[in-house]
Design a binder for this molecule. Structure first.
Ligand code: SAM
Length: 275
């Protein structure tokens, strides 16, 4: 049996009694970083054989783990923080275990994205998780296409170093959406910065350096009928799209999608803008 075990995202006490029992009983613990997990186990007075399981050795190690499982051993899969498989290696192993007909179960616990979503105050009925904001231009385009018109709340991970640049970029492409930057969740310096992108940027600008782990929660694509964009607001958004590097035709289609104003009218509005 494979046990997928969630571990704390900061505060060591955020571990369930069941997770501790499973870790205690497991024949083997598959961990992303054995040193990191070794410290976690030590904190709970546990000592276990650890096998390293990370993105670059997934193929070889998942074979080893499958063999152990087929021999009837109990394996606990953990990641450095939170729930394995959520922006962490593990998802592929889980698929292979299912394909091999081996039983698995999840010991639920912390997920940084869900923790931030709840604290953001944004809509929790319908939301999408975007993983890490893509660094590569091509992947970023696909990400923006998939999520740009999504009306529910968006949750994604970003590094502190790239946060300001990413929020600035999203402002240019999507306009001044409301968002919440959740930093160092469950830790001593837990912080939430809530507001429109321009307001959050201002707050971030006051900080000497942005440190720690970050989750961004952002309102989805505004519903044009509920929002009722005025021509001035639409024009401002159009200018932001052009400033983000879009061509007028592409920007007018995007503007039409966001505001509900017909694409032709959007185009006419954008041609009036200076090149
Ligand atoms: N599996 C984890 C989960 O369940 O959330 C996510 C692992 S992913 C490799 C690590 C990223 O999660 C970090 O770069 C950060 O964006 C986010 N994260 C993890 N712990 C966090 C925390 N305490 N506060 C804010 N973000 C956190």
């Amino acid at each position: 049996m494979l046990y997928i075990v969630a571990t704390p995202i900061g505060n060591l006490r955020d571990i369930s009694l069941r997770a501790l029992q499973v870790l205690k009983d497991a024949d083997m613990v598959a961990a992303e970083d054995t040193r990191h997990t070794g410290l976690l186990l030590k904190a709970y007075g546990l000592k276990k054989p650890l096998v390293r399981y990370f993105a670059h050795n997934e193929e070889r190690q998942s074979q080893r783990i499958l063999e152990a499982l087929l021999e009837g051993k109990t394996v606990a899969l953990v990641s450095d923080a939170g729930t394995p498989g959520i922006s962490d290696p593990g998802a592929r192993l889980i698929r292979r275990v299912i394909q091999a007909g081996i039983k698995l179960t999840v010991i639920p616990g912390p997920v940084a994205g869900i923790t931030a979503l709840v604290a953001s105050g944004l809509d929790t009925d319908v939301f999408a998780f975007g993983g890490f904001f893509p660094r590569n231009t091509k992947e970023r385009k696909v990400w923006l296409e998939r999520l740009g018109t999504f009306k529910g709340t968006l949750v994604f991970y970003e590094s502190p170093k790239r946060l300001s640049e990413t929020l600035g970029y999203l402002y240019k492409v999507w306009g001044d959406r409301y968002c919440c930057v959740a930093r160092e969740l469950t830790k001593r310096f837990e912080t939430f910065i809530r507001g429109r992108l321009t307001e959050v940027a201002e707050e971030l600008g006051k900080m000497e350096t942005i440190k720690g782990e970050i989750v961004v929660v952002m309102e989805g694509c505004p519903d044009p009928h509920a929002q009722g964009y005025s021509p001035e607001e639409a024009e401002e958004l159009g200018r932001a799209l052009l400033a983000g590097g879009m061509y007028k035709k592409e920007a007018s289609l995007k503007l039409a999608k966001i505001t509900g104003i017909p694409a032709k009218a959007c185009y006419a509005m954008l041609v009036k803008q200076k090149p």
